[in-house]
Design a protein around this ligand. Structure first.
Ligand code: 5GP
Ligand code: ZN
Length: 112
């Protein structure tokens, strides 16, 4: 998708602090971190949001990728949060499907 920010990150056209790549997924540091560990996991193919996701294997791959990443980042044991914002009320600002992986501090509930 030509004008999509995260498609450009996936293509290497916009610089990002990439931490893991594989299985059609890419993880990179959020530019505005909300926790000591704040990574974004995206499919390298363009999917606008969870509403548009038709391939369950992509969704499964995102979750297992995030879980493995949490282990590798050393936050799995203490715990972490995975967030998937969808559309305006969900707080989605970039219309390319992505998970937030947050950890390194205790999380609060309910979210804002
Ligand atoms: P959303 O609000 O759509 O769930 O999350 C989008 C996230 O992308 C935000 O946390 C924001 O800080 C991050 N973000 C926006 N633009 C960029 C960018 O150019 N590079 C990186 N690494 N993160 C970005
Ligand atoms: Zn995209």
């Amino acid at each position: 998708m030509p004008d999509c920010l995260f498609c450009k990150v996936a293509a290497g056209q916009i610089p990002a602090a990439v931490v893991k790549r594989g299985d059609g997924m890419l993880a990179f540091k959020d530019i505005n971190p909300q926790a000591p560990t704040h990574l974004l996991v995206i499919p390298t193919i363009h999917v606008a949001s969870l509403n548009e996701a038709r391939d369950a294997s992509v969704l499964g791959a995102m979750l297992t990728f995030a879980r493995d990443l949490a282990q590798e980042q050393g936050i799995a044991q203490r715990g972490y949060r995975v967030v998937l914002n969808t559309n305006p009320d969900g707080g989605q600002t970039v219309l390319h499907l992505h998970l937030h992986l947050l950890g390194g501090r205790p999380m609060t509930w309910p979210p804002g």
